[in-house]
Design a protein around this ligand. Structure first.
Ligand code: AMP
Length: 275
């Protein structure tokens, strides 16, 4: 595996005849990341993983400064998953002149409302990475369903010929979705956090029986106060998504509903306003 920090060096290392798979990440790898690396490995000739804690997608009061970083461990995990190139640029390499040009995104759902400018930062860095790496395929997790929906729309709106692959959420044995931010949780908080996947499962089961999934999730959250519970339309499926703060961690999770939800009016999104 080659580790590269400069864009020019990365471009030199890419074979334009190869089928290139790109996996954009912010590091602190877990099995969710590794599942994307392995999928890219199985489907592509050349696997590029970018590791960049992108300041443009963090709000002023968010966790940019304390976001978990462990480059040594990440590098070993990437190598073991068959990654060919690990691209780890510094901020100066990605944004040498700060920001004058952005990919502006609208229709970013409740997650976008909860984190103003977050998806603008995500879309901008992903477009830059797509332009730098020119992958045939890019790999993302279902865990960040709204992110996948935003990127799917960006590819369509801006006529980018990148195949977007969205892979299932990887969970711990107890059901908690793997996330780099789980590192912020104490043991007690982790137990509290389990209410999130459990409530989403309750919502999915309720929907299967014809009940309102959003209300079912809210009722099952066990005192956990959600930022939102909403429906997201992704690749022809309806995803039941929620976010909640547990201690200093803000966790997001979702489950796929078996049948499209009648309540999904606006391109599939409804949101309960009451907080
Ligand atoms: P991050 O490093 O958190 O920005 O995530 C990089 C990619 O990994 C994103 O496409 C995420 O959706 C994906 N990802 C994060 N957690 C999981 C998970 N538990 N299962 C599958 N994919 C995940």
């Amino acid at each position: 595996m080659k580790t590269v920090r400069a864009i020019a060096e990365l471009r030199d290392a890419l074979d334009p005849r190869a089928r290139i798979g790109l996996v954009p990440t912010m590091g602190a790898f877990h099995d969710g990341h590794l599942s994307l690396f392995r999928a890219a490995r199985a489907e592509c000739d050349l696997v590029v993983v970018s590791l960049f804690v992108n300041p443009a997608q963090f709000g002023a009061n968010e966790d940019l400064s304390c976001y978990p970083r462990d480059l040594q461990r990440d590098s070993e995990l990437a190598r073991s998953a068959g990654v060919d190139i690990l691209f780890m640029p510094e901020e100066d390499e990605m944004y040498p002149q700060g920001f004058a040009t952005w990919v502006e995104v609208t229709d970013t759902g409740a997650e976008g409302e909860a984190r103003p400018d977050h998806f603008r930062g995500v879309a901008t860095v992903c477009l830059k990475l797509f332009n730098i790496v020119r992958p045939q395929a890019a790999y993302f997790g279902q865990k960040d369903a709204q992110q996948a929906a935003v990127l799917r729309r960006m590819l369509r709106d801006l006529n980018l010929e990148v195949e977007l692959r969205v892979l299932p959420t990887v969970r711990d044995d107890d059901g908690l979705a793997l996330s780099s931010r789980n590192a912020y949780l104490s043991e007690d908080e982790r137990r509290t956090a389990l209410a999130l996947p459990r409530a989403l499962e309750t919502g999915r089961a309720a929907h299967a029986k014809g009940a309102d999934p959003i209300q079912a999730v809210r009722a099952a959250l066990n005192g956990l106060e959600p930022d939102y519970v909403e429906l997201v339309e992704l690749d022809g499926t309806t995803v039941l998504a929620a976010a909640a703060r547990v201690g200093s961690a803000r966790l997001i999770d979702n489950v796929v509903l078996e049948t499209p939800c009648q309540a999904s009016a606006w391109h599939g999104r409804t949101k309960t306003k009451e907080r």
